[in-house]
Design a protein around this ligand. Structure first.
Ligand code: UD1
Ligand code: CA
Length: 482
């Protein structure tokens, strides 16, 4: 596929306002399956092997550029369209950026995220196969062509022009063959055709689509490449965003399922997530960002993982929420666990119900099974953290670290007031407030002694009962008095 696009510059138009999105965010930065729309055409061009990718930016350019720089680095170049006055003008803005040896230009739109590398290559190849034609373009037929430019053909079936919906006569409007917006043009033709554009149309804009009529006007043929409608959908409003995302998502899930992942109905998985074989993803699970799940993991109902790296055979029980965390092999998490950023869980570790971790490392086989807050902690191996334990990490001004060395046992309902260290193998008795370091092997116990008063329970109950009745009588007297 790569050689097909030698000396070919890909130009992605992404400078428009996106007015129909009704948004302060530039259209091409709205997300589908987790990534901004503009990510997809740029990725497709790179995957297709274009020799360079030029993105035309304008509206919201600093945001679009900074996203693409971060995602693709130096592989993407930018051209600036000062004022969005049409797709033709945007394409013109890319001309000065074209490589000197560019022979062919592949132009398409930043709002068409379903177009893949193979779709692009097909249009470029059509130009190769027709050496005398200066221009090839995708076309497709839609039951409802509303909003798209219509493909107009002459009596012999040759493409003669693209007519925007707003400029169509009623007969032209009835045409169901549309322009999806992928063009491969020879570089010299492209320059000439763009120079010829005028804004004589309903929108007063320079239309890129007018390069199509330029070819037959000078006796050249335009090659139409029939393309599948479901990949050609362009996104102008949020309904189309929704529809395109549904198609993209289904495609993604199909790819994962074919690769050996069970994904139940109602799970959502973003583009960029990787899944090993024999992973089971239950309903209502959301996997986001750069999450990666190792072989044999089970991610149970309602769990939401964002940028989480999960080792093999991990069991994530229902309603676990985790972000920017690492979970080691064969660990068990949940139900209702919360792993906040920089939590690192060792192999075979257990984190259970209503346990919250933040910037805490839990060593191999260590457990915190119930109701705990472990913030800014370094926990060694084979440590047992009892129910209700709290790492008191914040003094109102600074965060401090709690260190539990290997083999430590923390009894339930203990507080560790950081900074504090509990030495290897030490034992913290239940309900202890640890305020100073505990030496290795020591027992730390800090709680008031219990006092049992024989027979006192009945006396106490009688006193409380009498008090309750007295209060009731006083209330009744007051009500009668009124
Ligand atoms: C365009 C086509 C239409 C085609 C449809 C396919 C034109 C004139 N029309 O219409 O034939 O059926 O796409 O989806 O080309 N842009 C700029 N600068 C501008 C204007 C637009 O960079 O001044 C960019 C936008 O950011 C967008 C892309 O070009 O990514 C397409 O623009 P849009 O306004 O969505 O064109 P459509 O009306 O959809
Ligand atoms: Ca569009």
């Amino acid at each position: 596929m790569n050689s097909a696009l030698a000396r070919t510059s890909a130009v992605v138009l992404a400078a428009g306002f996106g007015t129909r999105m009704k948004s302060t965010l530039p259209k091409v930065l709205h997300r589908s399956c987790g990534l901004p729309l503009v990510h997809y055409p740029v990725r497709a061009a790179l995957e297709a092997g274009a020799s360079e990718v030029i993105v035309v930016v304008g509206h919201g350019r600093e945001h679009v550029e900074s996203y693409l720089r971060e995602a693709f680095g130096a592989r993407v170049k930018f051209a600036l369209q000062d004022k969005p006055c049409g797709t033709g003008d945007a394409a013109r803005a890319a001309l000065p950026a074209l490589a000197a040896d560019c022979e062919r230009v592949l132009v398409f739109y930043g709002d068409a995220p379903l177009v893949g590398a193979a779709d692009l290559a097909k249009i470029a190849e059509a130009l190769d196969e027709n050496p005398t034609s200066p221009l090839a373009m995708a076309t497709c037929t839609l039951a409802d062509p509303t909003g798209y430019g219509r493909v107009l053909r002459d009596a012999t079936g040759h493409i003669v022009a693209i007519r925007e919906q707003k400029d169509c006569t009623p007969e032209e409007r009835a045409v169901t063959e549309i322009n999806p917006g992928i063009y491969a043009a020879r570089a010299d033709f492209f320059r000439e055709a763009l120079a010829s554009l005028t804004p004589n149309n309903a929108q007063g804009e320079y239309y890129l689509t007018d390069i199509v009529a330029f070819a037959p006007e000078r006796g050249d043929r335009v090659i139409g490449v029939a393309s599948s409608p479901d990949v050609m959908i362009g996104i102008n409003d949020r309904q189309q965003l929704f529809e395109a995302e549904a198609t993209m998502h289904e495609r993604l899930l199909t790819k994962h399922r074919k690769a050996g992942v069970t994904i139940r109905e109602g799970a959502r998985i973003e583009d960029g997530v990787t899944l090993g074989t024999d992973v089971i993803v239950e309903s209502g699970v959301v996997l986001r960002g750069k999450t990666s799940i190792g072989n044999g993991c089970q991610i149970d109902v309602g769990s939401v993982l964002t940028n989480v790296t999960v080792g093999e055979n991990v069991r994530i029980k229902p309603y676990t929420v985790a972000e920017d965390a690492v979970i080691g092999r064969a660990a068990q998490i949940g139900p209702f666990s919360h792993l906040r950023p920089a939590s690192v869980l060792g192999e075979e570790s257990h984190v259970g119900n209503f346990v919250e971790l933040k910037k805490t490392t839990l060593g191999n086989r260590s457990k915190a099974n119930h109701l705990a807050y472990l913030g800014d902690g370094i926990v060694g191996e084979d440590v047992n953290v009892g129910a209700g334990t709290i790492f008191c990490n914040y003094d109102g001004f600074q965060k401090h670290t709690t260190i539990l060395e290997d083999g430590v046992f923390i009894g339930s309902d203990s507080q560790l007031v950081a900074p504090v260290r509990v030495g290897k193998g030490a034992y913290v008795a239940t309900a202890t407030c640890v305020t100073k370091d505990v030496p290795a092997g020591a027992l730390a116990i800090a709680r008031t002694k219990q006092d049992n008063k024989d027979g006192y329970a009945d006396r106490l109950k009688a006193r409380f009962k009498a008090a309750k009745e007295a209060a009731k009588k006083a209330l009744e007297a007051e009500e009668k008095g009124v």
